[in-house]
Design a protein around this ligand. Structure first.
Ligand code: ZN
Length: 106
């Protein structure tokens, strides 16, 4: 499935997935207009160099992106898992969410 990059429209969003996250979805699906986590408004942005294939997951991580791939209803595999993060993210369990404070070092 193709991977798309989304950007929060609210620059002050405190969402753990702001400002940008990537989302894997069928090409026929409508673009998301709300963040799956905070329900804030998002827009799809073109990042052609980032959306080629799965082998770029580590590059995405190094760029500070979080890539989650849906594996079941409300369950996502964290493909850019950093140390200390859970492999699977459960929407109902905030403790499994990726940790922004580990992503941003400066
Ligand atoms: Zn959000």
């Amino acid at each position: 499935m193709p991977v798309y990059a989304y950007q929060h429209l609210d620059e002050k969003s405190v969402c753990a997935h702001a400002p940008t996250f990537v989302w894997e979805q069928p090409a026929r699906d409508f673009p998301l207009n709300k963040c799956p986590w905070c329900a804030g408004q998002v827009k799809r942005v073109l990042e052609p160099s980032l959306i080629k294939s799965k082998k770029f997951d580590c590059e995405l991580r190094d760029l500070g992106f979080t890539k989650l791939v849906r594996v079941d209803h409300g369950i996502f595999e964290n493909r850019t898992r950093r140390s200390g993060e859970e492999k699977y993210v459960d929407r109902t369990r905030p403790e499994t969410f990726p940790r922004l404070e580990k992503t941003i070092e400066d």
